[in-house]
Ligand binder design. Sequence first.
Ligand SMILES: Cc1cccc(C2=C(c3ccc4ncccc4n3)CNN2)n1
Length: 303
Amino acid sequence: LAKQVTLIECIGRGKYGEVWRGHWHGESIAVKIFFSRDEESWKRETEIYSTVLLRHENILGFIGSDMTSRNSCTQLWLMTHYYPLGSLFDHLNRNALSHNDMIWICLSIANGLVHLHTEIFGTEGKPAMAHRDLKSKNILVTSNGTCVIADFGLAVTHSHVTGQLDLGHNPKVGTKRYMAPEVLDDGIDMECFEALRRTDIYAFGLVLWEVCRRTISCGIAEEYKVPFYDVVPMDPSFEDMRKVVCTDNYRPSIPNRWSSDPLLAGMSKLMKECWHQNPNVRLPALRIKKTIHKLASADEKIR
Ligand SMILES: Cc1cccc(C2=C(c3ccc4ncccc4n3)CNN2)n1
């Protein structure tokens, strides 16, 4: 498979390796090339995409995985669909959003998260999963303005059928900036799958804040900022985040203008429940999806 791919340009670089735009069968694809030291992430993502039926309109479209030896070193490849608009992080930096744009983005991510978190029984089924590294850089924007969730190197699966909780063997932890308080103060029960799902909901709350800042109301929108831009440095340490998120219980601030816009006011109430310090207060993904749906239909009536 890899031999049929022509690499065109490097479009991203991370701790894991690089993402390239490639050419395959006359179309653009995305190729993630892992550093050989990060074989665990490659194995984990391959496992996740291949063993469990993860196909869904709001999950990154997987093409295949391959191992090649190029000039005597092993290269680990994962290939997926190519999304010209890039990541949600890129998209938000480039564009302010209409109410409609924002609803499509938030609803599609919530939809992807519901699919991820939900166990589907039967032969065509899938175990429930927790992502564990949700953030705007790991979400891609499709050409019709909906989103897909990417980066399953840290994902955990749980099946009621087998009762098995598969943590994988990836010692890596998620992105510190998006870590839930219980992860930062080590209060999380890593054996409890529900607890891991709740850390995804916390991160999703932060993504909602990033998106809403860029949503126009009365002709204005805030500039793009990463969560906690105002209280921690770039590449914050574990300690930086623990002080802010656990000790100070600080959360991203809600701009005043949002309270005079029913949709943004509703979204701010939702994100506060998502990033609540008490994991039990956070809403399940399905509840979040329904709430966004309700806010959206109310918005339609106004227009
Ligand atoms: C498993 C896999 C393969 C290739 C890329 C990715 C990936 C990303 C990706 C995927 C498609 C893209 N299309 C266009 C621009 C950036 C992209 N990034 C972002 N994080 N991971 N994942």
